[in-house]
Ligand binder design. Structure first.
Ligand SMILES: Nc1ncnc2c1ncn2[C@@H]1O[C@H](COP(=O)(O)OP(=O)(O)O)[C@@H](O)[C@H]1O
Ligand SMILES: [Mg+2]
Length: 322
């Protein structure tokens, strides 16, 4: 298994220790989406078969490592699950009656039942109308009173799984819960000079709190990335530093009134280091994922909120001791 994982992560940077794989950049988006759906489905099958959680994540990566499992000689249970998932997606594309097809398969009862259950649970998101997940017209549900769009929910779950919980798409309502806490600083982001201003203000606050210097450096680095994105991709915004004593974490909340992230591009933005719509470095999100506990994103056509969370339990406990 280790050898296999090494193979999957052959091209990865250090950020992959958090589980964000670096994929070959010559993949087309529809291929990536297909592989993502297949990995998601295989993960669900493993869950219904009571396999370990880690196996679900591992299946996800294995799916991202290969375009097809169809002709491969099946070496193990994982490949079998990926092949069956691929089969289910193919049936969906061909408008076949999927439950009927599953029942005719020569596989063990538990596998058959897992497939039927997965079909039942994700019929709408994965199998109907071919490419729901690829629907170019679907927009991230902007208003909190709107029922979340199923496409959005699939993206949320898929990206969360693929990044092992490091990246989470959140709703407007959830933003409010992350904004709760002790506000230590609020600053506007309107021009380039606001980047060092916000960074220095945050730095001073952390210095007063006597937080670990190296840690603070890394927090400030990714704060800069997020603020730079506001200016580069969204015009103006606001940054808030929040202390959450209960969760023992610090949060940078960066809100903007920009055009929002494209949902279709998100898997690339979050999973592929070096991907950028502006053909620049595209390392911003890789860094954010590497340095922070979690990256949260609410995005709508009228603005986005990026929230970076940092664990400061050690700092707080350190204080109690000394
Ligand atoms: N505030 C934002 N609003 C809309 N889109 C954004 C925002 N921040 C980042 N993005 C999108 O995410 C992509 C990746 O961002 P990042 O990793 O920082 O790379 P870069 O800034 O070099 O393009 C950007 O190219 C852009 O398409
Ligand atoms: Mg950037």
């Amino acid at each position: 298994m280790r050898r296999f994982l090494n193979k999957v992560f052959k091209h990865t940077t250090k950020s992959s220790q958090f589980g964000a794989p670096t994929l070959p950049s010559d993949l087309s988006f529809s291929e990536l989406t297909y592989m993502t759906k297949r990995g998601f489905l295989a993960g669900k099958l493993s869950q219904y078969l009571s396999m370990k959680r880690e196996e679900g994540s591992s299946l996800f990566y294995q799916s991202l490592a290969r375009t097809t499992f169809k002709k491969s000689k099946i070496e193990n249970d994982h490949e079998r699950l990926l092949q069956l998932s691929e089969q289910m997606l193919e049936w969906g594309k061909q408008n076949e009656n999927i439950p009927e097809k599953i029942k005719k398969l020569d596989v063990k009862d538990d596998i058959q039942n897992a497939m039927l259950k997965a079909y039942d649970m994700f019929e709408k998101d994965l199998f109907l109308s071919g490419d729901v997940i690829l629907d170019e017209n679907s927009e991230v549900s902007a208003k909190h009173n709107e029922k979340p769009d199923p496409t959005w929910l699939v993206y949320r779950e898929v990206i969360f799984a693929a990044t092992q919980g490091q990246f989470l798409l959140i709703s407007e309502e959830e933003v409010t819960t992350y904004k709760a806490g002790n506000v230590l600083y609020e600053g506007w982001i309107k021009e380039r000079s606001d980047i060092p201003t916000c960074r220095n203000q945050a730095k001073e606050i952390f210095e007063q709190k006597e937080f670990n210097k190296a840690k603070v450096m890394s927090w400030l680095l990714v704060l800069s990335e997020a603020i730079t994105n506001t200016i580069k991709h969204a015009e103006e915004g606001k940054m808030t530093l929040i202390e959450d004593g209960e969760k023992k974490e610090m949060r940078f909340v960066i809100e903007d009134k920009g055009p929002g992230f494209s949902l279709e591009e998100l898997p690339k933005t979050t999973l592929l280091a070096g991907y950028s719509t502006k053909k620049s470095m595209g390392q911003g999100f890789s860094l954010m994922m590497k340095m922070s506990k979690q990256v949260l994103l609410y995005t709508s056509p009228v603005g986005s909120t990026v929230i970076l969370t940092f664990d400061c339990s050690q700092e707080i406990e350190g204080k109690v001791v000394s």
